[in-house]
Design a protein around this ligand. Sequence first.
Ligand code: ACO
Ligand code: LMR
Length: 604
Amino acid sequence: MAQLFTKDTQAIFWNNNASAIQRMLDYDFVIGRKTPSVAAIVAPTADSKFQKFFWGGDEIMINLYKTTAEAKKDYPNADVLLNFGSFRTAYDVTMDALNMGGFNTIMITAEGIPERLARKMNAVAREKNVTVIGPATVGAIAPGAFKIANIGGTIENIINSKLHRAGSCGLVTRSGGLFNELSNIIAINADGIAEGVAIGGDRFVGSVFIDNLLRMQDNPEVKYMLLLGEVGGTEEYKVIDAVKSSRITKPIIAWCIGTIAKHYSSGVQFGHAGASANAERETADAKNKAMAEVGIYVPESFNDLPNKIAEVYGKLKADGVISEIPEPAMNTVLKVRRSKQFICTISDDRGDEATYAGFPISSVATPDTGKGIGDVISLLWFKKQYPKWATQFIETVIKTVADHGPAVSGAHNAKVTARAGKSVVESLVTGLLTIGPRFGGAIDGAAEHFKYANDNNLSPAEFLNHMKKEGIPIPGIGHRIKSLRNPDLRVVGLKKFAAEHFPATPLLDYALTVEQLTTSKKDNLILNVDGTIGILMVDMWRALGYSETEIDEFISSGTLNAFFIAGRTIGFIGHVLDEKRLAMPMYRHPMDDILYQVDMAEEI
Ligand code: ACO
Ligand code: LMR
């Protein structure tokens, strides 16, 4: 790949380093990127599922994942890993990503990864043709396209250093601090940089000078290169060889810092782990001299570097190799931004017409749209367009549980409340609040326990024993009046629908073997309507391609009971309106229906 990054490059950011991510997003916004450069964040210990960031004056949500694999699964096109793990975890995170595949570039920020591990990691990356930037680096930038974390500093500094759009220089340094300094010098003396990499200060870094310069040689946007080496190591000699063999033909300006080292009696270790000369060849002076000998532009001193840049740039411009770069329009980031208090991901009322998960209400409301309440539920509860068989199943459930007469606990409570003079809404919620583990609210529990038993290959007898140990009746089994002799025809109807329309019903098939055992003990221990709904919803979601984690989340958040709540609301309202219509007086329970056994309270 001639270009390290483009305007479409997206990264997975390992570790929720919010300020660095915000800097990347601010940069994206300023340069007018369409998509955020950070697609996902891996935050192994985070409890939340997303984090809000500013996107200009607005806000966006970026998903948080526990592992790189999960993030990569959802964002397969994100081919850059920004590894902000500490020196203790950075190696494992990198190796994990290398083994996983799908990453072109991995940037490692940690300083001090054990050298043995760094060498192994770099060797594997090289084998797999993955560009590693670092360890111990601030990263890289392709101005106007993609910037890693804090490289280039603040937005003001970035614009001053012309890092908001591509220039002509390919810049490679070891140091991150000097990278920023040089970007500024290049902006003042030339037209900015086309691509820049700070390769990192550790002794064993992944991509070295030559790797980056060879890529820049092949990148048509780069017209000349600037290499800032330093005392220690022999990497600059590979560049010299490439110039000698004409593999590199673009002009290179280069300087090795650390020339002062010769004034010390023994080898001096400068700031970076790699910045120490172990032989004459590794001194800054020797390398500067050797580079100048093959025609690389080497200044007299670091102070002379700006003049050298101006000289080379001026020549290339005069020769017509470099032309004037038009300044692009830029967005500005507001100084004061307000974080939003609420988030909504299901509907939007800001336009002319409100939408349900992107669909205008008029596109689902009227009969001519062909959409029903199942479609509306699939949009507003699940943010998906379910296929017809699934939306029709949802509708079948809603209609099936709409009412079961006045005697059931919830309807009875709603009726008593209405007769006490309460409003429709008050009476309704009284009925709704009756829904629970014994009445209508066993659907989530049924899905959870039957799924657990089936996932763990428990035989029906083992499942019953397991539930006995748990000390709770099996949710979804048993009914007060329905039994083998008096079957619940709602259950028959739901099973028939599933047999005719579901691709497969493995969990229902398992549940029916459990029912055989429970009904052999007592004939009212049937798979009841709650159980059938819960189990078939799991079969539906599996057929729709949901992951087990997603299904478990639906169950634990109470989604399944919500189908009963939605359906039975219709019936409860009917009963309340019935009471109002009949103008029924206040209800008092007959005393002869109550067993009174009240003893005199003992004195203590
Ligand atoms: N799992 C295991 N054993 C059960 C279950 C069950 N789900 N339900 C009842 N039993 C057993 C009881 O332990 C009891 O055994 P015992 O006679 O040896 O003591 C016997 O069956 C009768 O128990 P009761 O509680 O008297 O049964 P009842 O018919 O009154 O209860 C109920 C009905 C409340 C629905 C009960 O079966 C239950 O709790 N089921 C689980 C919850 C459930 O699915 N509720 C939704 C029902 S459908 C709806 O509301 C829309
Ligand atoms: C219902 O749907 O409300 C019933 O299954 C419960 C009952 O007691 O009939």
